[in-house]
Structures are given as C-alpha cells and as structure tokens.
Ligand binder design. Sequence first.
Ligand SMILES: [Zn+2]
Length: 357
Amino acid sequence: MTLIVDAHEDIAWNILCYGRDYTRSALVTRAQETEAVIAETGLATLGLPEWLAGGVGVIFGTLFTRPRRSKFASPFSKSYTTAEEAFSQAMQQIDIYRRLADEHNQFRLIATRSDLEDALAPRQPPPENGGRQIGIVLLMENADPIRKPDEVERWYDEGVRLIGPAWMGTRYCGGTGEPGPLTDDGVRLLRYMQDLNLVLDTSHMAEQAFFQAIDRYGGPVIASHSNPRHYVNGDRHLSDDMIRALVQRDGVIGIVPFNKFLVPGWERGDRKDAASVSTIVRAIDYVCQRAGDAQHAGLGTDFDGGFGAEATPAGIDTIADLQKIGDGLREAGYTSSDIEAVMSGNWLRVLRRSLPD
Ligand SMILES: [Zn+2]
C-alpha cells in the first residue's frame, strides 16, 4: 500500500460544527447523523478506520472559518463577522486538534521535521494500525483569524505551518467569488510568513492576488486543494499560467476528487458516476503534463469539506478508497516512483523543506 498524504481536510471544522467523532468509521457517522446535517454537509467520508485502511499517514488539517456573508452560512455551522470572532473560532479548532492527539494515540500533531519522521516511522511494538500514526499538520484556510499581520508568529507558536490567505475575499486578499489584489496587510502578512518559512497555500486566492503573491513570496508555495481550470472553468480553479507559476516555484497542487471540480456543469444532486477514478487520474495527469514530470501533483481531497460520498467519483466512497487513484495512475502508465511522488512524496518534499528541525 502506498503511503498517502492528503493536503486538505477540514477535520476540526466538522467536529466543531457537526460534532463528528472521527475516531469512528465514516459509515457509523453516516448512520447517526440527521437528514438535515447530511443535507448540509453530505455523507461522511472520513474516520479513523478509513484513514488507516487507506494508508493515509499525514493530513493537512485545516483551521477553517467562514464569514457570515457566505451563501453557505447555516444554522449548524459557525461564522464570523469580526477578526476577533474569526480568531476565537480558529483557536477553538487548534484546541480540537490538541484534544484529538492527546486523547487518541493514533493521532499526532506535526510541527517539526522530527515530528514528521516519527509519524512516518513504524513503531515498536506495532499497534493495530500497522505501526503508523496519522500525523496532522495545521493549515489555516482563510487568514482572517490573524488579527494583525504581526500575529503570524503567535499562530506559528500554536503549530500552524501553512497559511492560505483567502477563502472568499479576506482582509488580506481577494478570494473565490471576490476578485481583488493583495491588500497592504496582505503584503505584510506574506513578509511575516516568509520570516518563519511558512508554506503559502494559494488555493482560493483571486488570480490578481495569486500572481502578486507568487512574485513576492520567497518561501514555499502550494495549492492545497485546486483543480485545473481546463476541465471546470472558474476562479476556484487554476489556469494553465497559474499551474506553470506553481511548478516554476517547485510547488505542489492538490487535486480534489469532487465531481463539481472535475465535471463541467455538475451540480449537487447530479449523478455520482458522472466521474470515476479515471477522471481524477486525468486531472492529475493534466498537471503532470504541464509540469513535464510527476513532481508537482498531489492529493488535496477536501473530503467532508461541504460535500460527501454522494459527490465524489464512482468507486470513491470514503477516504479508504484513495489507493484506487494509485491503481489508476499505474493503468495510465505511471511508474511506481511517480505514483509514490503523487500520492505522498511531493507533499513530503514540501514539508521537509519547510518544517523547522
Ligand atoms: Zn477550501
């Protein structure tokens, strides 16, 4: 089984808003949730048994906050209007990750390179999970919780290692559905991030802000969960120029196995089998063809990120099914080392370069 690194899961958000218990199987979660919750967030796809069965070793776990003006705001989910509210909601999510790691030894937080190597190393005696812990690296999606740019250091001390300045537009830059540049505070934010060698996650950044950030940011850059615009057009996705810019900076792009991001015109309620594993492979291959190698594509599933098993390609029911993507790459002619790069190696390269000792 190939090790998998998944660059985007909103774990704490789901615990905070829906009370999901991720030590249980996704199938148990599904059976216990109300129709109203499932209508909002979809059929659960994440759970400890599935992470283990799928060989998922490292996850970028988000601190995700949602502005109240979002069309997705709902009675179940938290939202904010002020930086202060965003701050406290993101801090709550840090506490959630800490509790998860404190109370269950299958999970551990990764803040340093040695944490990473420990999480990847088989342990003695091997526990039931085959000797591997699930490591979680903290990724802030939407930087509004950072009340002032110089507060980056505080979040770093709390363990945040990747920051995506945007979701919709934020105080720092234009975002999905809200085009715009980096603001003055956005420019300052990047400066503080660079001092700490934080990873800049460009997913959700508006195109104008994206290119400004690429030009001025000297630290590592990625797109944790973004697909090529070639298949589904729109500002949520990456143009060929954006893909090329990330590749030139040795960045990695996490492909999202979500039908809406893979099949043009697909909407909630449309057929699951409108996409298949080969549709995911096609999107990965698109990035690899632009790059000229397999060093810049990865997985960023965004599973349980506002959609569920009803909206993932046929053959992908839970996170345990991600290994099928490796099989699909093999059928498409990818070598074992290229498959390993896409499934985990490329993200590990980013982490090993950016995490402190
Ligand atoms: Zn997102």
